[in-house]
Design a protein around this ligand. Structure first.
Ligand code: FPP
Length: 240
């Protein structure tokens, strides 16, 4: 079965650029092309949700030129892809601390979110200024705020409510988490949402990642047996 929700850590833009004697920014620009390719392929394959780690909270610490160029690439993507997203029925939204993003990115994001709000065939989520722990802290603040107003009793705090309080509250759990460029880390990406996800680490860097590589990740996932803590026999009986 296809995963309902695929999340990707798009790593290796800088190293790819270095290997080709190019500036890091050109690695990110090539990475943006991979985003276009992979979104198209995800739609073609019928995925329901695709979440891309486009900018982490920690990425603000990069040289300001690089951050500036990444923000420009985001604006370009959000403006240039709008019509194609609409044409393909893809609704775009974002998670993360958007208030930290420059005004030009926030505006382009709001416009693309509004323009694609009616699309129902696939969801594309950009994680921008995102960090899983920070998102958890915000969720705790939301819940304690409700408790302080007497609208939530500690005994009533459930797994469901905690997950709903995250910025990913309306999203399904991640089924397949992919990271490119051979690094074996999760880097604070969707820690609770992906806690039962299948992991796939691809050796290729993100600028080289193509439609066939997404297909490969999907077929690796399809061949896995997800047991969710049960025995093989129980899973077989349940699927019979
Ligand atoms: C990691 O590579 C990648 C990023 C920090 C940014 C990801 C951004 C894009 C793919 C382009 C813009 C996004 C969209 C949605 C259009 P790295 O720079 O950490 O690579 P390195 O580990 O080789 O240095």
């Amino acid at each position: 079965m296809l995963p309902r929700h695929v999340a990707i850590i798009m790593d290796g833009n800088g190293r790819w650029a270095q290997q080709h004697g190019l500036a890091r920014t050109l690695g990110h620009a090539q990475g943006a092309e991979s985003v276009r390719t992979v979104v198209r392929q995800a739609r073609r394959r019928g995925l329901g949700w695709l979440t891309l780690f486009a900018f982490s909270s920690q990425n603000w610490g990069r040289p300001s030129d690089e951050v500036h160029d990444l923000m420009d690439l985001l604006v370009d993507f959000l403006r240039q892809e709008r019509e194609e997203l609409i044409g393909n029925g893809i609704r775009l939204t974002a998670i993360g601390e958007r208030e930290f993003l420059p005004a030009r990115v926030r505006e382009a994001l709001t416009e693309t979110e509004a323009a694609t709000a009616h699309c129902v065939d696939m969801r594309l989520v950009l994680a921008l200024s995102y960090d899983g722990r920070r998102d958890m802290v915000r969720a705790v603040q939301r819940l304690t705020d409700l408790a302080s107003k007497g609208q939530l009793l500690p005994a009533d705090v459930s797994e469901h409510q905690v997950m709903r309080a995250l910025s990913t509250g309306e999203m399904p759990d991640v089924d397949l988490l992919v990271r490119t460029s051979g690094e074996l880390r999760l880097s604070g990406f969707l820690p609770l949402e992906a806690c039962y996800a299948e992991l796939h680490f691809a050796d290729k860097s993100w600028p080289e990642f193509c439609a066939e590589d997404l297909d490969e990740a999907l077929s690796v996932y399809t061949a896995r047996r997800r047991r969710f803590g049960l025995t093989d026999a129980q899973v077989t009986a349940a699927s019979a």
